[in-house]
Design a protein around this ligand. Structure first.
Ligand SMILES: *[C@@H]1O[C@H](CO)[C@@H](O)[C@H](O)[C@H]1NC(C)=O
Ligand SMILES: *[C@@H]1O[C@H](CO)[C@@H](O)[C@H](O)[C@H]1NC(C)=O
Ligand SMILES: *[C@@H]1O[C@H](CO)[C@@H](O)[C@H](O)[C@H]1NC(C)=O
Ligand SMILES: *[C@@H]1O[C@H](CO)[C@@H](O)[C@H](O)[C@H]1NC(C)=O
Length: 277
């Protein structure tokens, strides 16, 4: 439950607060929060890759927490490293002064431009007149440009590089990426195939016969053991994705894949990746 505890407190714990007059400013709000070490990027780059990966995992949880907060999707206008502290190796927000909950109102997508020094994005304007997902996407791109791009690939284990590069790239393109496969690879289990629930591999297809689908290898199987047998019998197979669709006889449809450098969320599918060999 330490893990559960962390999930519940991705931002620095608030111990108390008071209003008082300070200097010339009346009603200054003073907060007392958990103490953490300020984040110094130069120092982080000197720590081990595993420590940096842990920080990225906690940043991933923080992004999720901000996007699903009870107040709505929260965006941090100032996402620079100095806005964060490290508490027991986990990244937490210290300063919520620059947090904003309201989504941006719009008449069309021309009103929904997310501007960054190196890149601009145009987001859709929803039927309700709000820029869709703007708060979450702003956090995601900031996480990409201030953290992931420096912390994830730098001196990472060689075998993880392709996967990490694709995660960093996906974040830079504003799609939420899964860090879970990296975690699984770091802690191989005794079984040969690792299960990643609620996920799929969008590409990395190969053709096989007799496939139910033209450009990919989609076969029906009776159970998981048969899916493993099929994957073992195909030299290219490195992973498979179990769908919950069945053929008319009730056999389950499974996509067989050449790799798993990109694993994305999908509530109706379960991915199995070959962790060794
Ligand atoms: C982003 O948009 C702003 C305002 O339209 C423009 O000044 C800037 O050059 C654009 N930046 C990039 C990288 O395209
Ligand atoms: C992601 O990869 C694509 C294709 O290689 C490339 O065009 C794009 O610039 C990359 N994006 C980022 C943010 O690195
Ligand atoms: C597929 O699985 C999802 C999640 O388990 C479930 O919500 C959905 O109803 C299932 N669809 C079918 C056709 O069984
Ligand atoms: C999951 O399955 C349900 C029911 O079959 C379907 O309505 C939904 O669109 C599917 N979701 C995805 C992400 O494919």
């Amino acid at each position: 439950s330490q893990e559960a505890g962390r999930l519940r407190r991705p931002n620095a714990q608030l111990y108390g607060y008071c209003y008082q007059d300070s200097e010339d400013i009346p009603d200054t709000l003073t907060t007392i929060t958990e103490l953490g070490a300020p984040v110094e990027m130069i120092q982080l780059l000197q720590t081990s890759w595993e420590d940096r990966f842990r920080i990225c995992l906690s940043l991933g949880r923080l992004l999720h927490h901000l996007a699903h907060s009870p107040l709505g999707s929260v965006t941090l206008l100032d996402f620079r490293p100095r806005q964060f502290v490290l508490v027991d190796g986990e990244l937490k927000v210290t300063d919520l002064d620059d947090a904003r909950v309201e989504e941006t109102p719009c008449a069309g997508s021309a009103d929904c431009i997310l501007e960054f020094p190196a890149r601009n994005f145009t987001l859709p304007c929803s039927a309700h007149g709000w820029c869709e997902g703007m708060n979450e996407k702003r956090n995601l791109y900031n996480a990409y440009r201030f953290f992931f791009t420096y912390l994830l690939p730098h001196s990472a284990p060689h075998s993880l590089r392709p996967l990490l590069d694709s995660i960093v790239n996906a974040t830079g393109e504003l799609s939420r990426a899964h860090l879970l496969p990296v975690l699984i690879l770091l802690h191989p289990q005794p079984t040969e195939y690792q299960r990643i629930p609620d996920s799929t591999i969008p590409q990395e297809d190969y053709r096989c016969w007799p496939s139910y689908h033209h450009g990919s290898c989609l076969l029906s199987v009776f159970n998981l053991a048969e899916a493993v047998d099929v994957c073992e019998s195909h030299a290219q197979c490195r992973a498979f994705v179990v769908t919950n669709q069945t053929t008319w006889t009730g056999r389950q449809l499974v996509f067989f894949k050449t790799g798993w450098s990109q694993v994305v969320p999908d509530p109706n599918k379960t991915t199995y990746v070959k962790a060794s060999g």
